[in-house]
Write a protein that binds this ligand. Sequence first.
Ligand code: FES
Length: 104
Amino acid sequence: MPLLRVVDRDGVEHEVEARAGLKVMETLRELDYGVAAICGGMCSCATCHVYVDRSWLERLAAPMSDERELLAELAHRESNSRLSCQIEFTEGLAGLKVTIAPDE
Ligand code: FES
């Protein structure tokens, strides 16, 4: 399985297997150091907030308006912020690096 690189809130990087076709959030919520994903991927809670490594940003599909609107409300928003429930993991994204954002 392709690997996802995940930096936890303590700054520790982990490599985890991620299934293509699933949202990145679905992998992250299984991890002890992952995301809460309270809304289950409905793009309404922002508890799946991550920072995407800038070298990967352009390889992702651009965020839709509902994701952009939710991100705009976050105190810890950065220019590389994304909601991981809106990122579909693919074989082409093997090695994607994301950092779990702080709790709001
Ligand atoms: S899981 Fe709620 S916005 Fe992503």
